[in-house]
Design a protein around this ligand. Structure first.
Ligand SMILES: *Cc1c(COP(=O)(O)O)cnc(C)c1O
Length: 445
């Protein structure tokens, strides 16, 4: 009989300061070899991770409220992902789908057709990263419509490649000095309820008027939007905004592309965030949560648009790698069988009232918002609406020092975003929230 391996802790454990000595040592090595433009929020080096805990090289166990930026929705090392990935990697690792194909690529596309909004006939193409999916959605939209302009929104984030930098709103750190940027990208206002009291329909009307006056609908290939903005500040547009934009698109032969790379795969309490307002996109981009941490991304869209692309006009060496596809099928199975959309709603139901109670007693919190397990807290100078990125980063720093991994975001850097794995144990989530609440009180009173 072999001894079973020691079980990793199932709660937060702090054995050293954070980061600990081994992490610090690795971080010194890193500076001599890793390009400095690639930064880390919290330079704690991880040895193992599962559920909602990250176990580091110093024997600390940290609470994960970031999911590696909304990726490990099914938790780290989920058994439903590990087993098929193990099997696939032993069978074959790569043939290139464009050379000699394999079945699990098809199965992922079948799942995407079934799960994404809309009952229409769909086709998918698989890629490696979110930015690559967005680039391809834009390629497809332009070719399918014969038009060139792409409309994006204030606060948008779509990636770091050349085209997606142009689509992204924020200059520092994503764009500054990296131009020239791709042409034919136009930016319009986004509904931002915490900072703009207008209804969704009113802001949509302004955005549409700008498009019509400055471009003309018939030059526009697509409107590209995150149904809830991620990097830009977890901005959930006012009710009615998305449906009004989508309807205008339909009326004008403009494609509506939903970038659900961060919001997709149960994160917001539905499979996709467009479902909250019954919006059916023409094209949808997915990545992040799709494969339990393996690199995979997709464009899924109306069959007639997707099939308008000539042979070999889409693809890439690694796109839809069989190991990543095995991971995706496992992650989707976990989401379905464990009803992780429901788990996301339960996480929101636990977090929102607690954070709103805290906000009610603090004039440094402008807003607590979000859906499901995608919750943002926006910080301002007390009693004003002036963003306070300093206090936001101090709160995050205190959480990090106490072994709770949280992320910030926002055009103004003043939003704490909470993205726990959807499988996080309630006791672990409770403890993480308690640390965050104490940090907020410490820095805002
Ligand atoms: C992360 C993200 C991207 C880019 O995905 P990468 O995999 O980092 O290239 C694009 N759009 C949204 C909404 C994202 O959150």
């Amino acid at each position: 009989m072999t001894a079973s391996p020691p079980q990793a802790p199932t709660a937060r454990v702090l054995r050293t300061e954070i980061p600990g000595p081994h992490s610090r040592e690795l971080h010194r090595r890193r500076a001599a070899t890793v390009a400095s433009g690639v930064a880390s929020v919290l330079p704690v080096y991880i040895a193992e991770a599962a559920g909602g805990l990250l176990h580091d090289v110093d024997g600390n166990s940290l609470i994960d409220l970031g999911s590696g930026i909304a990726v490990t929705n099914v938790g780290n090392a989920a058994p439903e992902v590990v087993e098929p990935v193990r099997r696939q990697v032993a069978e074959f690792t790569h043939t290139c789908f464009m050379v000699t194909p394999y079945e699990n690529y098809l199965q992922v596309c079948e799942e995407l057709a079934a799960l994404t909004p809309g009952e229409h006939e769909k086709r998918s193409a698989l890629f490696n990263s979110g930015a690559e999916a967005v680039e391809n959605a834009v390629k497809i939209a332009r070719r399918a419509t014969g038009r060139q302009a792409i409309v994006v929104f204030d606060h948008a984030y779509h990636g770091r490649t050349n085209l997606t930098m142009a689509l992204t709103a924020k200059s520092v750190p994503y764009k500054h000095g990296f131009g020239p940027f791709a042409p034919e990208i136009y930016r319009v206002p986004m509904s931002y309820p915490a900072r703009d009291a207008r209804t969704g329909a009113q802001v949509a009307r302004e955005a549409i008027e700008r498009i019509e006056k400055q471009l003309g609908a018939d030059s526009v290939a697509a409107v590209l939007i995150e149904p809830i903005q991620g990097e830009g500040g977890f901005i959930e547009p006012a009710t009615g905004f998305l449906p009004a934009i989508a309807q205008w698109c339909t009326d004008n032969g403009v494609l509506f592309i939903a970038d659900e790379i961060q919001t997709g795969f149960c994160r917001t309490g539905e499979w996709f965030a467009c479902e909250h307002e019954d919006v059916v996109p023409d094209l949808i981009t997915t990545a992040k949560g799709i494969a339990g941490g393996l690199p995979l991304a997709a464009v899924t869209g109306r069959a007639e648009l997707m099939d308008a692309m000539p042979p070999s006009s889409l693809g890439g060496t690694y796109g839809g790698n069989p190991v990543a596809c095995a991971g995706a099928l496992g992650a989707i199975r976990a989401m379905r069988e464990r009803d992780l959309a429901r788990a996301a709603r339960a996480i929101g139901d636990l977090m929102l009232p607690r954070l709103r109670a805290l906000a009610a007693s603090s004039d440094a919190i402008l807003d607590v918002r979000g859906r499901g397990a995608m919750i943002g807290i926006e910080f301002v100078k007390p009693g004003t609406s002036e963003p306070d990125p300093e206090v936001t980063s101090r709160i995050a720093g205190t959480c990090h020092a106490q072994g709770v991994v949280i992320l910030t975001c926002g055009t103004y850097g003043n939003v704490i975003r909470l993205l726990p794995p959807l499988v996080i144990e309630q006791s672990v989530l409770d403890e993480g929230l308690a640390v965050l609440e104490a940090a907020i009180r410490e820095h805002t009173s």
